[in-house]
Design a protein around this ligand. Structure first.
Ligand code: PEP
Length: 232
């Protein structure tokens, strides 16, 4: 089971340091934990989590190693810092920053090639679900990815992200099973995962972990989600 914390645009270096010092003290044996701070907080997270089993990943990564791409960060830059992986294709990137299936695929491809672990996010909007297009959307988003030992997919229905609306365990299970027919990789669930719904979601057969946004900003709620993960 993998539990990843997506801090979005929260937690600068000072808040990240405080969180990581607290996280170090927790007993989280038997679950793989990843924290994804904003770029400016990666260095302090890598430093303070060194020597633990907790990995640090970025929230995005570019497909070129360097060049005239203002505001972007490359895979070799992340690796130089000691960062373990990166999220790509988060719905907030697709929605607000014009990410497409093609750009997500390029980011994932280069990051994997460079040796990073990648969490690639997919998921339908509320309208797409209502129109019965969930499987078509997932097929389109997943088909651009290539299976890799260092790739996991996060199924994050857009209507459940930051909205407090969680997919039912049945909806999550159905979508995860479908994603696995397209690509043989572990699939995390994301979308308003909280300490009080984590057990049920993580108990589903094809749910291999969680990508947690809002509830990962509080140490106690994040660690209680980590503890809800069934131990393999
Ligand atoms: C996310 O940011 O990936 C996410 C799932 O957010 P939240 O848990 O806040 O819905």
């Amino acid at each position: 089971m993998l539990i990843a914390a997506n801090w979005k645009m929260y937690n600068g270096p000072a808040a990240t340091a405080e969180f990581c010092l607290g996280l170090r003290e927790q007993e989280l044996d038997g679950v793989d934990v990843v924290v994804c701070p904003p770029f400016v907080s990666l260095a302090v997270a890598v430093q303070l989590l060194a020597g633990t089993e907790i990995a640090v990943a970025a929230q995005n990564v570019h497909w070129e190693d360097e060049g005239a791409f203002t505001g972007e960060i490359s895979a070799p830059m992340l690796l130089e810092l000691g960062v373990y992986g990166a999220i790509v294709g988060h719905s907030e990137r697709r929605q607000h920053f014009g990410e497409t299936d093609e750009s997500v695929a390029r980011r994932a491809h280069r990051a994997l090639e460079a040796g990073l672990f990648v969490i690639a996010c997919v998921g339908e909007t509320e309208q797409e679900r209502e129109r019965g297009e969930t499987e078509d959307v997932l097929r389109r988003q997943v088909s651009v990815l290539e299976a890799d030992d260092n790739l996991v997919v996060a199924y994050e229905p857009v209507w459940a992200i930051g909205t407090g609306k969680t997919a039912t365990p049945e909806i999550a299970q159905e979508a995860h099973a479908f994603v696995k027919t397209l690509l043989d990789v572990p699939v995390l669930y994301g979308g308003s995962v909280k300490p009080d719904n984590a057990d049920e979601l993580l108990a589903q057969q094809d749910v291999d972990g969680a990508l947690v946004g809002g509830a990962s900003l509080d140490l106690e709620s994040f660690t209680s989600i980590c503890r809800a993960a069934p131990r393999s």
